[in-house]
Design a protein around this ligand. Structure first.
Ligand code: 13P
Ligand code: SF4
Length: 303
């Protein structure tokens, strides 16, 4: 339900513009409240591709808007806060990955969706935090693998599958900062609560948790779990949906609270202005978009 005049204005503009508002689970709750769809990074683009909306407003960071554009090339894709970037995605540039390919011509390159379109265009297949194990398992064991850009997700998958994986040196500054001590302290303060961490956390943190799940996976797990208390170890924006959708359950955070500064850059004013001005729009190099589409399609084809 709209709770303020600005939200009401956005909802009116959205109808006038035949637009859909897509919000990542981490953005401010005032934006999640007026979104047509909230989800994890892949869910947003897959959902968008199934609609015939002329305008798709992506409330998140740039790689998410690029992925939406790759899967919905005919739509006008708006990123209301043009400088909201995922720092991890910026750690593997298209040029650097191109050079790595030349140095490792036989390796299968796997890119986490947290990459630019230009970088996705250089790789064999994409994966998300929710399907990384399945995607890597689909690659023949004889192939060597380069996983990018998240060394933590790569190492977590390697440990789970008992397989050697070469990892890029990237990481998410928010999740990489979590320590085992923080988890142990939270367990002491909230005894009996189940600990859910994002797989962008370090392997020792994942080992200290009960489950490592994507944001979409956390929402599903909590919904289906008989447990009533959870320690949530990912960006704090997800607490809005967790609490809203599970009124009988309790959610706790670790200290210090996990905040992604880029995910918090977008405001309601920016969403309103993007719908009025129909910019900033995401434009991609057509060649890069086509190659990136192949890497995403290969991922979607893995059953
Ligand atoms: P999800 O795909 O799990 O939503 O994660 C995106 C992200 O940026 C995690 O930090
Ligand atoms: Fe990128 Fe980490 Fe922010 Fe997710 S939480 S958008 S991986 S910096």
């Amino acid at each position: 339900m709209p709770i303020n005049a600005l939200q009401e204005e956005i909802l009116r503009l959205k109808v006038q513009r035949h637009a859909l508002i897509l919000a990542h689970n981490y953005v401010d709750s005032a934006i999640q409240e007026i979104a047509d769809f909230c989800g994890d990074s892949l869910e947003l683009s897959v959902k968008a591709a199934k609609t015939d909306a002329e305008v798709l407003v992506v409330c998140g960071v740039r790689f998410m808007a690029e992925t939406v554009k790759i899967l919905s090339p005919d739509a006008l894709v708006l990123l209301p806060c043009a400088d909201a970037l995922c720092p991890m995605a910026e750690m593997a540039s298209g040029d650097a990955v191109r050079s790595a390919r030349a140095a490792m011509p036989d390796a299968t390159f796997v890119a986490y969706v947290n990459t630019t379109a230009e970088t996705k265009a250089q790789v064999d297949i994409c994966c998300t935090s929710g399907n990384a194990e399945k995607i890597v398992a689909s690659i023949p064991r004889k192939n060597s693998i380069l996983f990018l850009p998240d060394r933590n997700l790569g190492r977590n998958v390697a440990a789970k599958l008992g397989r050697e994986i070469n990892c890029w040196h990237g990481c998410c500054p928010v999740h990489d900062a979590v320590t085992v001590e923080m988890i142990e302290t939270a367990r002491k303060i909230h005894p009996g609560a189940e600990v859910l961490v994002h797989p962008e956390c370090r392997p020792e943190v994942v080992a200290a948790a009960d489950h490592a799940l994507s944001t979409g996976g956390m929402l599903r797990h909590v919904r289906e779990s008989g447990n009533k208390r959870f320690i949530i170890v990912t960006e704090c924006g997800i607490l809005f949906r967790l609490r809203n959708e599970n009124p009988g359950k309790e959610f706790f955070e670790i200290e210090p609270r996990l905040v992604c500064a880029d995910m918090k850059k977008i405001t309601l004013e920016m969403v309103r202005d993007a719908l009025i001005d129909l910019k900033p729009a995401v434009e991609l190099d057509p060649d890069a978009a086509e190659h990136a589409h192949c890497a995403i399609s290969r991922m979607l084809d893995v059953k």
